[in-house]
Design a protein around this ligand. Structure first.
Ligand code: COA
Length: 259
């Protein structure tokens, strides 16, 4: 792969977007590589969860690659947004394993949208976040108008999108865009690793079911409560449920197999 680096430790897959000279801007090749690596990780039993971050200290991702789409017309623009959403951003949101964004610097435009698609967001205190697309004559196209509204509410989402201004990590934390702050980049991945590690002690099928049930809350075509009932019931037929309850009664740690 040209623009993606991966590292797997303790069932945690770190995906690093690696175009630091372009502040990790998402061009088509990077998005396709991200799609490929995520598709593989979704079914790979060695991967329990994912941390997405950017190479270097300056940027997580400074947006979609402006140079690449500068000459696009209506049709290409529509395809850009549609393919990006379906192949990467929706894939992350519906990923069957926890996905954390480790925001190590600028998260702008498509970069903030990438973080918003992740299940949790943890940022270094120097990170800056924003959706500056209107300054280019565009709007966010990778789900940003929707996911920002869900997290921060309509008023704050409109303020950020219409002004296009950047906010600090502290402000983003107050707006509930972030789950946690790290004092610096040195602490960022260890903090993400500890949070993901807590999750990975739990039953993998239950994690996947919990993600589906919570996502159903934000899916206008789904009934969240009914989804929860179905997912809850299905878990009773898993080996992990039997192992989890047996381990509790036997006062030992469970050994989940993801079955
Ligand atoms: N697409 C393509 N290239 C980008 C990019 C993007 N979204 N963001 C940064 N780059 C490139 C710059 O063009 C520059 O490349 P060059 O050295 O070949 O000229 C390189 O990354 C470094 O960026 P630069 O602007 O010189 O850094 P800076 O510290 O002065 O400014 C930012 C940093 C993030 C404020 C600035 O790069 C920026 O505003 N980027 C665009 C953000 C944006 O609008 N994103 C939404 C896109 S839809």
């Amino acid at each position: 792969m040209r623009y993606i680096l991966t590292e797997l430790n303790d069932r945690q897959l770190v995906i690093r977007i690696n175009r630091p000279d372009k502040l990790n801007a998402l061009n088509r090749t990077t998005l396709e590589e991200l799609h490929g690596v995520l598709r593989q990780a979704a079914t790979d039993p060695r991967t329990g969860g994912v941390i997405i971050t950017g190479a270097g200290d300056k940027a997580f991702v400074a947006g979609a690659d402006i140079e690449e789409f500068a000459s696009y017309g209506q049709q290409e623009g529509t395809i850009l947004a549609q393919q990006g959403q379906e192949r990467v951003f929706d894939l992350i949101e519906n990923f069957p394993k926890p996905v954390l964004a480790a925001i190590n610097g600028y998260a702008l435009g498509g970069g903030l949208e990438l973080a918003l698609a992740c299940h949790l967001r943890i940022a270094s205190s120097h990170a800056k976040l924003g959706l500056p697309e209107v300054s280019l004559g565009l709007i966010p196209g990778y789900g940003g108008t929707q996911r920002l509204s869900m997290l921060a509410g309509r008023g704050k989402a409109l303020e950020l999108i219409l002004t296009g201004k950047m906010i600090t990590a502290q402000e983003a934390l107050e707006l509930k865009l972030l789950n946690h702050l790290s004092p610096d980049n040195g602490e960022l991945l260890p903090l993400c690793g500890r949070i993901l590690g807590e999750m990975l002690k739990n039953a993998p099928l239950a994690l996947a079911a919990a993600i589906r049930a919570v996502n159903a809350c934000f899916d206008p075509d789904a009934n969240g409560f009914k989804t929860e009932i179905r997912e809850f019931g299905n878990l009773f037929d898993t080996d992990d449920f039997k192992e989890g309850t047996r381990a509790f009664l036997e006062k030992r740690k469970p050994d989940f197999k993801g079955k």
